[in-house]
Design a protein around this ligand. Structure first.
Ligand code: ADE
Length: 257
C-alpha cells in the first residue's frame, strides 16, 4: 500500500514537472519585445521547450541562461502589449516581466545608443480629463504611473553597464502611447504633461497589466531616435542595432537573476 501511494505521488510530481510546475513555486521570466530584432537574439540564445500561438503572438517557452523564461514578440502598440503581459502572467505563469526594445528620446541629454531603465511608466495618450480625472490617470486606480520593481531595475542598470560600458544609462519615467512620435511639437506636448525620459508604444500597457496582476516588471529601452524632423530616418538607421544591444543587456540580466 505504502509503495503504491509513493508511486502515485511520484507520478503526480513528474507530471507537474513536465508542465513546468514543481512543488515549490517556479520562477519564470516573461520577456516581451514589440519587433523581431528586439527578441531574435533572446530566442537564439535559449533552449526552446515549446512554442504556442495565442492572440497571433508566438509564446516561446524556453530556458535562457539557466532560467525558465517565455520570450514573445507582441507587435506594436498598447493593446498588443497588455494582452501579451496578461497572457504571460495568467497562461504561462510568469512571475516577473521584462520589456525590452527601442525608444525615442524625450530629453536633450539622451542620445541615440543611450539606455533608459524605467522607474515608472505612464500612458501619455490616456486622457479622461473631461470627466474630472488627471491627465494620464487610469480611472478608478487613482494612478497615473505604474512603478517598476526596484530589484529588476538595479539588475538592468548593472547588466547594461556590463554589456555596453560606454553607453549612458538613465533611470526615470517612460511615456507610452499608440503613436510614433516624430515631431518636436508632439514630443514637447508629452514632456509638458508628463516629463519623462523616452517615448515608446508598449511599456505603459505592460506596466498596467503587471500592476493589475500584482507582478513585478521593468522596462529596458535603448534610444533609437530623437523625435524631431529626422526621427524616422534615425529609427530606420539605428533601431535594429539599438534593439539588439538592448536584448543583449536583458540576456545579461537573466544570467544575473
Ligand atoms: N519607438 C522608438 N522610437 C519611437 C518614437 N519616436 N515614438 C514612439 N515609439 C518609438
Amino acid at each position: 500500500m505504502k509503495r503504491l501511494s509513493f508511486l502515485f505521488y511520484a507520478g503526480i510530481l513528474a507530471g507537474a514537472g513536465a508542465f513546468g510546475c514543481s512543488s515549490t513555486p517556479t520562477e519564470r521570466i516573461g520577456i516581451i519585445g514589440a519587433m523581431e530584432p528586439e527578441v531574435a537574439s533572446l530566442k537564439e540564445a535559449s533552449t526552446i521547450h515549446r512554442s504556442s500561438k495565442i492572440a497571433a503572438m508566438e509564446f516561446v517557452e524556453c530556458n535562457l541562461k539557466g532560467h525558465e523564461a517565455v520570450v514573445v514578440q507582441c507587435g506594436m502598440g498598447k493593446v498588443n502589449a497588455g494582452i501579451c503581459a496578461h497572457t504571460l502572467i495568467n497562461v504561462f505563469h510568469c512571475t516577473k516581466i521584462i520589456n525590452t526594445g527601442v525608444a525615442g528620446s524625450l530629453d536633450a541629454k539622451m542620445d541615440v545608443g543611450d539606455f533608459v531603465v524605467s522607474t515608472e511608466a505612464v500612458q501619455h495618450d490616456y486622457d479622461v480629463t473631461p470627466i474630472g480625472f488627471k491627465k494620464g490617470e487610469i480611472p478608478y486606480t487613482g494612478l497615473v504611473a505604474f512603478q517598476a520593481d526596484e530589484g529588476l531595475r538595479a539588475l538592468a542598470v548593472s547588466a547594461i553597464q556590463h554589456v555596453k560600458p560606454d553607453a549612458d544609462v538613465f533611470e526615470g519615467r517612460i511615456c507610452s502611447g499608440d503613436q510614433f512620435i516624430n515631431t518636436v511639437e508632439k514630443k514637447d506636448a508629452i514632456v509638458e504633461s508628463f516629463g519623462g525620459l523616452c517615448c515608446e508604444m508598449e511599456g505603459g500597457a505592460i506596466a498596467q497589466a503587471c500592476h493589475l496582476n500584482d507582478t513585478p516588471f521593468v522596462i529596458v529601452r535603448c534610444i533609437s531616435d530623437k523625435p524631431d524632423g529626422s526621427a524616422i530616418v534615425d529609427f530606420e538607421e539605428f533601431s535594429k542595432e539599438a534593439a539588439e544591444v538592448c536584448a543583449k543587456a536583458v540576456q545579461e540580466m537573466i544570467e544575473k537573476l
